[in-house]
Design a protein around this ligand. Structure first.
Ligand code: SF4
Length: 468
């Protein structure tokens, strides 16, 4: 399982998709499920398609091309995709005789994992493309539009990184002042509950020269905060001008770019937290004091069964070292309850880790078997009722910690990056160094600027503030 937060995002949910649509252009509607990596991929697919004259639309009804960029993390992910395809099939049938045919593609991790099955069961689908084939998207779309059914699920990540067009200035501007930048894809860790190594392939790093170039393009388009993305982002490695770099060293390079004021990275694996990364946290002021570092479980027995490659004590020691490097570091985590064989005592170990670390935020899930993963084959699956009870206990504690973290900010001053309008007129939403949403009075012209605020209220999910 990817350790990213998972959401469902539709093109058009944000102002940023409101680009005017020229009358005779072909239109693409991309529905994005899942993690930030999929959001980033959808944006890059939009960039690639714009080179072929496609413009985005917020309406599936008026699209010439619909892409479902899918996620395999959630239970019954494939079934949900099939039911979405069923709904779109009806639209496609209505459009068939009108001279405005609809091309339907499925991309993302479900496409990778279930591509053959999708083609077999869903004749309405014209195109199936796994995440490592998007550099060929335009070619595949034109074949699909001319009636050929196309399936591409090869792992071609090096070619993808080399051949995907660089981000366009117009689309970078449209995406706002905080942006994602993919630096790494894939995973070699093979946690026994997770499909990512099978859907995204082995760990591959993008070249530092390309990353720096993209960061500068983002900066030129007004981006002030960049989050480096990877399934195992801290496994990133590259060579720049003959020097080998790891992620910590890359962060030192990126911090040199004037105008990029904040850096973050996600998602990390504990075993890849190199000393240089801790040094970066200590010395690079642009690197924000917020780290998503999943542990998943607190019992050594379960960690071993999950194939996490570290013990509970190693994780706790690592957190201590990170906090020594950066004392105001906020930690975020992922937790899975009810992994096969998890006992009450194992679960209590997880609770103890949470108490010891104290998290500013977290994602937590009940274990559910993913076909094809070793965990799915294990005996001693934990009953659903037990999983639900444990999840409730764990989430109550995490919520308590998150609220305490936000309340502890009241009275403090901090710099926030103003990102977008708030719900009410005269309100803006900014982002704190610790990734909290901060609501403050302000005018839209200020978006993209940093202001200093004093926090007046800490709620469960956001802060209120006034100008300091
Ligand atoms: S580290 Fe584990 S959970 Fe994260 S992507 Fe790799 S296999 Fe999945």
């Amino acid at each position: 399982m990817s350790e990213f937060s998972t959401t469902e995002i539709t093109a058009g949910d944000e102002d940023l998709h409101s680009t005017a649509v020229p009358g005779n252009s072909r239109k693409v509607f991309i529905k994005t499920y899942g993690c930030q990596m999929n959001v980033y991929d959808s944006e890059r697919m939009e960039d690639a398609l714009s080179g072929e004259g496609f413009v985005q639309t917020n309406s599936m009804e008026e699209a010439d091309l619909v892409l479902l960029n899918t996620c395999h993390i959630r239970e019954k992910a494939a079934e949900k995709v099939f039911s979405e395809i069923g709904r779109i099939r009806q639209l496609k049938e209505r459009r068939a005789g009108t001279g405005k045919p609809l091309t339907l593609g499925v991309t993302g991790c479900v496409a990778q994992a279930e591509g053959e099955e999708i083609m077999r069961r869903a004749p309405a689908v014209d195109l199936v493309a796994g995440p490592q084939t998007y550099h060929r998207l335009n070619d595949m779309v034109s074949k699909a539009a001319s009636g050929e059914r196309v399936i591409a699920t090869e792992f071609e990540i090096e070619q993808k990184f080399a051949q995907m067009p660089q981000i366009e200035r117009r689309s970078a501007i449209a995406r706002g002042v905080a942006a994602f930048l993919t630096v790494q894809e894939g995973c070699d860790k093979f946690c026994t509950f997770c499909v990512v190594p099978y859907t995204r392939g082995a760990e591959v790093s993008r070249s530092p020269a390309q990353i720096i170039e993209e960061a500068k393009r983002l900066r030129d388009a007004g981006v002030r905060e960049i989050t480096l993305l990877g399934q195992n982002v801290n496994a990133w490695a590259g060579t720049l001008e003959g020097r080998s770099l790891n992620l910590g060293e890359l962060i030192f390079e990126l911090a040199e770019i004037d105008g990029v004021e904040r850096l973050r990275y996600t998602t990390s694996h504990p075993i890849d937290m190199h000393p240089e990364l801790l040094t970066a946290h200590r010395d690079v002021k642009k690197l924000m004091p917020y780290l998503h570092l999943p542990v998943q479980a607190g019992s050594d027995r379960v960690l071993k069964a999950m194939n996490r490659h570290h013990t509970r004590a190693e994780y706790i020691d690592l957190i201590a070292a990170i906090r020594e490097a950066r004392p105001d570091m906020a930690i975020s985590g992922d937790f899975i309850v009810g992994f096969p064989g998890e006992t009450d005592a194992d679960f209590e170990d997880t609770i103890q880790v949470i108490r010891e670390v104290t998290y500013a935020s977290a994602f937590s899930f009940k274990y559910s078997p993913r076909p094809g993963t070793p965990g799915a084959e294990l005996d001693a699956q934990v009953p659903e009722t037990v999983k639900s009870e444990r999840l409730q206990v764990l989430q109550d504690l995490l919520k308590e910690q998150q609220i305490a973290f936000n309340k502890a900010c009241v009275g403090k001053q901090m710099d926030i990056l103003l990102e977008k309008r708030g719900r009410k007129d005269g309100q803006l939403i900014g982002r704190s160094p610790w990734l909290q949403s901060v609501v403050v009075d302000g005018e839209p012209e200020e978006i993209g600027h940093f202001i200093r605020v004093r926090v007046t209220h800490g709620g469960p999910a956001s802060l209120l503030a006034e100008r300091a």
